[in-house]
Design a protein around this ligand. Structure first.
Ligand code: HEC
Length: 138
């Protein structure tokens, strides 16, 4: 194998691992579908309506100043949100922020952090899928 061939192989494997980490909202939905089914054999699919309720409802199990997802992400998913510290957050709607929900590790990290903040616990696979189904429609 000459050097050029070796670097080509290296480039290809780097490209493949980058592709393996990247995701589309549809791939994330597929992943959460498998997890939701494993957790509950009676699971029949995600609901954007339930996702909207999860997003807007003040829950009360988490931090007092962030009772709902809308506490930071705002009432309108197509508009920018704001952190408690006043930092702007890009809109959550996939239609206005196309880079959203394309990095599975990022999505998982923020679900974990934000669900704990709002609900006082992690979101289930069904809740994550419902919420993504809602955001995909915004
Ligand atoms: C305390 C403020 C705050 C609250 C409350 C909050 N978020 Fe977030 N969220 C953020 C910040 C900050 C980011 C990361 C910055 C960014 O992506 O623009 C983020 C990012 C995310 C992402 C990553 C999206 C992507 O780009 O792929 C998801 C998913 C998410 N939030 C879901 C939720 C859900 C679900 C709730 C309600 C259970 C919620 N958030 C409540 C502040 C918040």
């Amino acid at each position: 194998m000459n050097v050029n061939h070796r670097s080509l192989v290296l480039l290809c494997s780097l490209g493949l691992s980058a592709a393996a980490m990247a995701a589309t909202p549809a791939e994330l939905i597929a992943r959460y579908t498998a997890e939701a089914r494993a957790a509950d054999p009676a699971f029949t699919g995600f609901s954007a309506t339930r996702g909207e309720a999860l997003h807007r409802t003040p829950h009360g199990g988490g931090k007092a100043d962030t009772p709902a997802c809308t506490s930071c992400h705002g009432e309108d998913a197509r508009a920018a949100g704001r952190t408690r510290a006043g930092k702007s957050i890009e809109p959550m709607a996939a239609s206005v922020s196309p880079t959203r929900y394309t990095d599975a590790a990022k999505v998982e990290k923020w679900f974990k952090r934000n669900c704990t903040e709002v609900l006082g616990r992690e979101c289930s696979a069904r809740e994550k899928g419902d919420w993504l189904a809602y955001m995909a429609k915004q």
